[in-house]
Every structure is written in structure tokens, then in C-alpha cells.
Design a binder for this molecule. Structure first.
Ligand SMILES: Cc1ncc(CN)c(N)n1
Length: 222
């Protein structure tokens, strides 16, 4: 009894590190990521985020009070207003319209991750759902902070991916990340050892699916 979000990360430490410090992330930070890899990743991420917005809607459905409802609503707003807007802007620069995006075939990594999270939420309760969502929200906030601490990271106009880093380091995203950690810390403080074990499996599975998502970007795979 008496767990926290850090305990979830510690239980899958190696996977978490492989996710945060993936080659895709390192190359993006250094500005050396092949444009085709970023483009493939970002287009798949558009499809991914639409399903993740649905997952937040499911979390809202599972909410029992106003505070839980608002928490899910805030998570969904970050995806729809902040992240999807940037994705559509990037794609517009490449001459790819929202109609083109909607017609894109989904990569297996996109399907696997999004359906895993939706299934976990359907099967479980609100805590299961948020633990499945946490590597997404908390992970990208942590990635931006990790990139900023790395000597190889190039910031400014010389890095074509600078606006991507800027979004995830922004106060809007970082505040949502802190809220999620606080929310999880409150719930994890009272779970039993058995329940914590179940939750670590969900957290690690979602983290491994994040690793596959980066790899899909590097491999240009469907
Ligand atoms: C695959 C993935 N994971 C996380 C995030 C950050 N919401 C994202 N945009 N895409």
C-alpha cells in the first residue's frame, strides 16, 4: 500500500527509458531525423490522437463526479486543441489535407496501441484507463524535458522539429502532465499490492506500445 506514479515507472524502468530515449527522439532532438520518418510518424499520430480523444471520452463516461469529468475533459482538450492543431498545420505545409489524413491506412502500431488503450478502458475502471493513458501524456512531457537537458539537442530555426519540442515543453502541455501525475498519485496511494501489480502490467504494456510507435516512424512501416 502507498504507491505513487514513480513506482509505476520504476516497475518498468528499462521500458520507460527505451521509450523516452528512443533513437527517434534523439534524432528529432538533434534535427537529424529523416523528414520521411517524421512525416510518416506525424500522419500516423494524427490517426492515433483521434482514437486517444475517444479514450478520454470513455474516461469521461466512466467518471463519477465533476472533478473526474473535468480531468478527462481537460485531457481531451489538450489532444484536440493543442496537439491535433499542430499536426494539421504541419500536414498543410506538406500539402496534405485533413481529408487526405482521414483516408490514410492505419499502421499496425497505431491500431495495436489505440485499441489496447480503448479495450483496457472498456474492461476496467477509471484508474485502469488513466494508467493506460499515462505513458502518452506524461511520457511526451518528460521527453520534451529530457531533450532540453541533452547536449545533442538543437533548438531554434536550425532544427526543423523545433515546434514539435516547443509544443510538448509548453506550459499548457506540462500543466496537463502534472495534473495527470497528481491525479494518479492520489489514487495509487490507496491501492493494494495485487491491484498495483495489475496496474504495472497495463503501464508497461502501454509503454512498450509507445516504443513500437517510434520504431514504426523510423521504419516507415504500416
Ligand atoms: C504515440 C503518441 N504518444 C503520445 C503522444 C502525446 N499525446 C502522442 N501525440 N503520440
Amino acid at each position: 500500500m502507498g504507491y505513487s506514479f514513480d513506482d509505476l515507472k520504476a516497475a518498468g524502468k528499462k521500458d520507460w527509458q527505451n521509450y523516452i530515449q528512443h533513437d527517434f527522439v534523439k534524432q528529432l532532438g538533434a534535427g537529424t531525423l529523416p523528414p520521411a520518418a517524421f512525416r510518416h510518424y506525424l500522419q500516423q499520430d494524427y490517426l492515433f490522437l483521434i482514437h486517444f480523444a475517444r479514450a478520454y471520452a470513455l474516461a469521461a463516461y466512466k467518471s463519477r463526479n465533476m472533478a473526474e469529468l473535468r480531468h478527462s475533459f481537460d485531457g481531451m482538450k489538450v489532444i484536440v486543441d493543442l496537439e491535433l492543431t499542430l499536426h494539421v498545420d504541419y500536414c498543410t505545409q506538406w500539402g496534405v489535407s485533413e481529408e487526405d489524413l482521414a483516408r490514410l491506412p492505419e499502421a499496425r502500431a497505431t491500431m495495436a496501441y489505440t485499441r489496447y488503450v480503448l479495450d483496457t478502458g472498456n474492461r476496467g475502471d477509471l484508474l485502469d484507463m488513466h494508467v493506460a493513458l499515462a505513458p502518452c501524456l506524461v511520457g511526451y512531457g518528460e521527453i520534451a524535458n529530457w531533450l532540453n537537458s541533452e547536449a545533442n539537442t538543437l533548438r531554434g530555426a536550425d532544427n526543423p522539429y523545433d515546434s514539435w519540442i516547443a509544443m510538448y515543453e509548453s506550459e499548457g502541455f506540462q500543466a496537463a502532465m502534472r495534473d495527470e501525475i497528481n491525479w494518479l498519485n492520489t489514487r495509487l496511494a490507496t491501492v493494494t499490492d495485487e491491484r498495483f501489480e495489475e496496474l504495472t502490467t497495463i503501464f508497461r504494456d502501454a509503454t512498450r506500445l509507445e516504443i513500437d510507435f517510434w520504431q514504426m516512424g523510423l521504419d516507415l512501416s504500416f
